[in-house]
Design a protein around this ligand. Structure first.
Ligand SMILES: [Cu+2]
Length: 477
């Protein structure tokens, strides 16, 4: 057992009303005391989140029904970990949607505190975006309407009630939302069981198997255990085929640097906002909180019986192993392929509004509050009012010693410039979140489309966003 298991403190009260960690938990810890540490990597098979089925489909709209409630997760052998979860599971069920086919997700709040749901990376009308002040009261429900009229992308949904996200996401309120389109079908990308969402998050545990959380507003939470889809550094059986691996960094504040054992090649095909123009071969991939990256890995190059570890080069000793791919023979003919030519043509952006190049300095005045351009979040203040369809240049300037993954709601941006070097080709597609390194200035060009209304942009190191590294924009006609 690790040191972190020595603490019985349960720090998961929100609003002073829940006793999530106070539930009776049946353990068989003593029975298993001589077994392998539950934190040893590669002991468990990779879990797959269930795919949510619509409760009905009417006039081309798929309607889903989700309960937001407490639950128990099987993470450590012999323990049950209390969580908050969509449908009571961690991570929540995966929603697979299709471009051109709208969805309505009815979210019922069965928790004892306010919550809401943000579709991260989605083109979503402002009233359905999960603005931090638009909450669902306990016992109430809200129908989130998702037009799904953007290109295929790996989105995710999560709580966004202001001031709580560090705890609610940590305790489980997140899930994958995979948007498909025809273009990716034309490209013969791997599909079905060869198209796998992988949700990374670092956690720590109390001795009773509950999640341990300690607030650190400066650094953000750092756990000592990596979970993938809710299992400690699991192993995944892979056939000798091409796999599409969709990585989401759902950690509170941890950045990763992913590398396959022996520096094997991974082919990046997409970033936050969907396909890149061309596939790019990489041997390591940085992944900051809330970012997504899609990689093709061709396991035909490995013999059956091979075990290929995915490492986190940015980790400490206990957070270096992310997962392992165990190659089995498998059968069937490979129909998927790795795209060699152009996958898409990125839209040309309108010229940026030259009257401003906004300097957005990321700093803390006190160590307990973070700011953007000298301001903390104030829901009664609109910080910028860009015109619908226009673009601007925003300069994220980071004089602090923390990485700030900056996220814009409801729309996408492109990266124009990094003061620390060239913009990597893997970052030249559509983005909604960008990790700004200590000492760095990153210029981005947001495109204020497709909807009018109030949205926010904020740091996705969750403790920073909660306190109160967030500003508000209103897209106007
Ligand atoms: Cu931050």
């Amino acid at each position: 057992m690790r040191n972190s298991m020595g603490s019985f403190a349960l720090l998961c009260t929100i609003g002073g009303t829940e006793t999530l960690g106070g539930k009776k938990i049946v353990t068989s810890a003593s029975r298993r005391a001589k077994a392998a540490s539950p934190f040893a990597p590669f002991q468990r098979d990779l879990p797959l989140m269930p795919v949510l089925s619509p409760v009905r489909s009417e006039r081309g709209v798929d309607v889903y029904d989700v309960d937001i409630r407490e639950g128990l997760a099987d993470i450590l052998p012999g323990f049950q970990t209390p969580i908050y979860g969509y449908e009571g599971i961690y991570p929540g069920p995966t929603i697979r949607a299709r471009k051109g086919r709208a969805a309505i997700v009815r979210q019922s709040n069965r928790l004892s505190f306010d919550t809401n749901v943000h579709l991260h990376g989605g083109y979503v009308p402002a009233a359905h975006d999960g603005h931090p002040m638009d909450v669902i009261k306990p016992g109430a429900k809200f129908d989130y309407s998702y037009p799904n009229d953007q290109d295929a992308a790996f989105l995710w949904y999560h709580d966004h009630a202001h001031g709580r996200t560090a705890k609610t996401l940590y305790y489980g309120l997140l899930g994958a939302y995979v948007l498909h389109d025809e273009r990716e079908q034309e490209l013969d990308l791997p599909r079905d069981e060869y198209d796998v969402p992988l949700i990374l998050a670092d956690h720590a545990f109390n001795r009773d198997g509950s999640f341990r959380y300690a607030e650190n507003v400066d650094l953000g939470f750092r756990g000592d255990t990596i979970l993938v889809n809710g299992a400690v550094a699991p192993r995944m059986r892979v056939e000798r085929r091409i796999y599409r691996l969709r990585f989401l960094n759902a950690s509170n504040a941890r950045s990763y640097d992913l590398r396959l054992g022996n520096g094997r090649a991974m082919v990046q095909i997409a970033s936050d906002g969907g396909l890149l123009e061309r596939a790019i071969t990489r041997t390591s991939v940085p992944l900051h909180p809330a970012e997504r990256i899609e990689l093709l890995v061709d396991f035909r190059q490995f013999r059956p019986g091979s075990e290929i570890v995915l490492h986190n080069d940015a980790g400490e000793p206990s957070t270096k192993a992310v997962m392992r791919f165990d190659v089995v023979r498998g059968g069937g003919v490979e129909e998927a392929r790795i795209p060699r030519g152009r996958m898409r043509t990125l839209e040309r952006l309108p010229e940026p509004n030259a009257s401003r190049r906004w300097d957005l300095t990321l700093a803390t005045a006190s160590g307990v509050q973070w700011q953007i351009a000298g301001r903390g979040f104030d829901p009664t203040r609109i910080d910028v009012r860009p015109r619908l369809g226009s673009t601007e240049l925003w300069q994220w300037h980071n004089p602090s010693n923390r990485v700030h993954p900056m996220h814009l709601h409801g729309m996408l941006f492109r990266i124009v410039e990094r003061s620390t070097g060239v913009v990597h080709p893997g970052e030249r597609g559509w983005k909604d979140t960008i990790g700004v390194q200590p000492g760095e200035t990153v210029t981005v060009q947001p495109w204020f489309t497709p909807y009018r209304g109030k949205y926010v942009f904020h740091c996705h190191a969750l403790e920073h966003g909660d306190k109160a590294m967030m500003l508000q924009l209103e897209v106007v006609a």
